[in-house]
Every structure is written in C-alpha cells, then in structure tokens.
Design a protein around this ligand. Structure first.
Ligand SMILES: [Zn+2]
Length: 281
C-alpha cells in the first residue's frame, strides 16, 4: 500500500495568531525568517509540499513565493487578512477571499486553487463560496471538539475516499490528522502539538495513527522555526497565551528531523495536496 504525507506550512507572521490583538502588536518584528529554515529542511530531504500563504503578505514575500514555486512546492491561499472566516459574514468572507486571489494573480501571477482557513474556522456555507470562486480543494477540517475556535464543516453528502479525504464532483476536502485516544480526538498534525508535546508522546500517538492511515496531513508555521526568539508580545497577553506561544520553539527543528525520519521508516512518500488530488481522481 502506498502511503502519502503532506508537511504543509501556513505562512503567516507571529501577530496573525488569533490570540494576539494585532492592533497592540509591533509589526516591525517578524518571524518570517522561519520560512527559509523550513525550505532548507525540505531541501535536505528532497520534500515537496504545499504552502498556504496569507494574502496580505504576498507583497513583502514576492521573491520568496517565486523561490517556493521554483523549488517545486505548491502555493495556496491562507485567507487575505487572517481573520477567522466564521467571524466574517458570508459577503465579507467572499471579499476577503477575492482579495487574496487577486493579490496572488496581480503580484506573482499565480492562480491559487487550494485554501486553508485561519484556525480551521470554516463551515459548509463558506466552503460553497470557495467552490464558486474556483478553488479545487480546501484543507480546513479537523476533528477536535475541545478547541473552541475551530469550525465544523458538514460533508455528509461528500464521499469519503479513505480517512481524511472527502470529495464531491472533483472538489476535495483534506482533514488534518488526529488520533483517537479514550474516545477523544487528539491532533497529531500540527506544529503547536509537535512543539509542546514531548517527542516520546508524539511518537507513540503517531505510531498508533500510522497503523490505520495511508495519508498523513501536517501543518506548521514560520514562527515555530524562527530564530527571532525575542519578539515583544503585547503586555496585555495573558500568561497561558505567552506560554503557548513560546513553549518548545527551540525544540522544533530537532523534532521535525525525527518526524520526517519516522514517516520515512513507515514508508510515507512526501507530496503536495495537488498530487493527492491527482492520485484520488
Ligand atoms: Zn493561520
């Protein structure tokens, strides 16, 4: 059985994280150096993957986006402004998405065909808007009821072509990987979980996941790789948020090597979402 892994990156800066008030953030500080660190790591293992990029960053990242594309990675949209879609009404969501599409078209001449919502915040109405706007796939679904910011997408009339993949008339939805433990879904798919959980725990959960899943979908952010450790976050940020932002950042690089090797040992091939879509069509 062929197995596939997508090690995607959601390209946003530290101040886009939903738990900071952007108006109070010093936007001159950046963690986007994490993109280069990730690109080097991907090169080292000859991995091609999918980058979901925030539209308002296209202007400053023009050259970087061209480099990402030249290296054979796929470029997709991670909203224009990184406001959670469920906080926007349908019309404003459409406007934000259109702005994102246009930024890529005008500034780097790329037609984005894949979307991931900030904070997995999407529902069926907004998914239909993505289809109307010409997207071929979305990757904003996660089974994790304990997280209050995540949305729910009703896909009951989609067909499930294997765990984590849903499709209807050629449009695909990819679900982030979670593993069931004592009746609860635990994410094994995200940079935050990789960063904060000890590697031993992550490894145990992943081994359980690998037994029954031929697809593994993972996401990480530039700030998790950034060497800019001295970001001054707003003083009003509460203690738990500060901890959540800072914890384990220096461990990420090392854990990523371990994750990639573990996926290799378990015979996963590294691909883009576009490749998965082709395989499944
Ligand atoms: Zn995001």
């Amino acid at each position: 059985m062929k197995k596939y892994a997508v090690l995607s990156m959601d390209v946003e800066d530290w101040y886009h994280l939903d738990y900071f008030n952007k108006n109070e953030c010093n936007l001159n500080q950046s963690t986007l150096d994490g993109i280069d660190i990730y690109l080097d790591l991907l090169d080292q293992y000859n991995i091609k993957t999918t980058f979901f990029i925030v539209g308002e960053l296209v202007e400053v990242l023009k050259d970087k986006i061209k480099l990402i594309q030249d290296k054979g990675h796929e470029v997709c949209l991670h909203s224009y402004s990184h406001i959670r879609p469920l906080q926007l009404n349908l019309e404003d969501f459409r406007k934000d998405t259109l702005l994102g599409i246009e930024s890529f078209k005008e500034l780097v001449d790329i037609d984005v065909k894949g979307y991931r919502a900030p904070c997995f915040s999407l529902d069926r109405d907004r998914l239909e808007i993505l289809r109307e706007l010409g997207f071929h796939f979305d990757s904003s679904k996660i089974k994790f009821d304990q997280h209050d910011l995540y949305g729910r997408i009703d896909l009951s009339d989609f067909s499930e072509s294997g765990p984590n993949i849903y499709n209807q008339n050629g449009f695909f939805e990819f679900e982030a990987s979670t593993v069931e433990v004592l009746g609860k879904s635990i994410p094994v798919s995200g940079g935050g979980y990789l960063r904060i959980f000890p590697w031993k725990l992550t490894k145990t959960l992943l081994k359980k996941y690998f037994k029954t899943n031929k697809h593994y979908f993972f996401y990480i952010h530039p700030f998790e790789f950034s060497r800019n450790y001295d970001i001054k976050i707003p003083e009003t940020t509460n203690f738990l948020t500060k901890l959540r932002f800072r914890k384990g950042r220096k461990t990420v690089n090392n854990k990523m090597h371990k994750l990639i090797r573990l996926l290799e040992e378990n015979n996963y091939e590294f691909v883009t979402f576009n490749q998965i879509m082709k395989n499944e069509s």
